[in-house]
Design a binder for this molecule. Structure first.
Ligand code: ZN
Ligand code: ZN
Length: 318
């Protein structure tokens, strides 16, 4: 038996946010200010995982100010930052499009939110894909518990990821959404987790982010990692490596001596969100051996300081 790892075998870990608003919609900052906030505040050579390297700009389609919009190419002459164009389709429950152009007032469904069917959401996803984008279901527990329910995540097709942590502190981020992610994975979907600030102003910064293992530090490299699942979600914990070795899945906490101090709890979670194995202690490595009935296994690592990191699922080879 061999595990299929979503992680590239080699590459560079880089940090980024896939959900950013600017003053083109309801954000408080210009594109340049938003980028500057991320790249100035976090720029520290001592701890490369603290350094933001990519940012997707995802203004709302409903409130976008057309006169203020401009494509983001060439807005970062210093190449400090990989900027990725996208949008947040907001006519009904929000769906992020990453790597596609912003569109304005193009309501392809033309229904009240309450009248949206699963087919309507599928059309929104397919429109993002038609525009060259990657679809992410945003904040599944925002406003009410089943904003995107487990039934919806299990039935919708062709989306790439779910935003399991959302950091928008103004309108309330909603609960951790690993439950609807597990529902999708248990239904046989191969979809990934992302965690994002949903940046509207500086109050939303650094609440959740993605560490992507990229083959190249370019926009295409980031999009490739997102499609492939070569990334993990964090709000403060850092993995050194996530890999497979025969029957084993191995998760390693970052080797930096900073992480010698806290206890680490590694949870290996499978279908139905079931806890399959747990390890707590100062040890930086945890491993899980294939038992024979797994549909998938994903790893959560929680530091005794309270921060956590969430791996993507590993699948047994059929
Ligand atoms: Zn939203
Ligand atoms: Zn948003």
């Amino acid at each position: 038996m061999r595990w299929i790892s979503p992680y590239f075998e080699e590459g560079t870990w880089i940090r980024g946010n896939f959900h950013t608003h600017t003053d083109v919609s309801d954000g408080s900052h210009t594109l340049e200010e938003a980028a500057e906030n991320y790249f100035r505040v976090c720029h520290t050579k001592a701890s490369p995982w603290m350094d933001y390297r990519f940012l997707a700009i995802t203004d709302h389609t409903t409130t976008g100010k057309k006169e203020m919009y401009r494509p983001i190419e060439n807005t970062d002459p210093d190449k400090k930052c990989i900027l990725i164009e996208g949008r947040e389709d907001s006519y009904s429950h929000h769906i992020l499009g990453i790597g596609c152009r912003m569109t304005f007032q193009e309501d392809i469904i033309q229904k009240n939110q309450a009248d949206y069917t699963l087919e309507d959401y599928q059309r929104v996803i397919d429109e993002i894909i038609k525009d060259g984008g990657i679809a992410i279901l945003a904040h599944p527990h925002w406003r009410f518990a089943d904003y995107f329910s487990g039934e919806m995540t299990a039935k919708l097709e062709r989306y790439t990821a779910i935003e399991i942590i959302n950091g928008d502190l103004y309108s309330g981020p909603g609960h951790l959404a690993t439950d609807v992610w597990d529902a999708a994975l248990t239904a046989g979907k191969r979809v990934w987790a992302t965690g994002n600030d949903d940046f509207h102003s500086v109050r939303d910064m650094h609440n959740a982010w993605n560490m992507a293992l990229v083959k190249e530090e370019t926009k295409e490299g980031v999009l490739d990692a997102l499609r492939h699942g070569s990334l993990y979600v964090s709000n403060g914990a850092v993995f050194e490596r996530l890999y497979t070795d025969g029957d084993w899945i191995v998760a390693e906490c970052h080797h930096d001596s900073l992480f010698d101090l806290p206890e680490k709890t590694f949870r290996f979670i499978g279908q139905g969100g079931q806890l399959r194995q747990i390890q707590t202690g100062k040890g930086k490595t945890a491993a899980y051996k294939y038992q024979g009935d797994e549909q998938y296994i994903r790893v959560e690592m929680c530091l005794s300081w309270g921060m956590a990191a969430f791996s993507q699922p590993f699948f047994p080879e059929k």
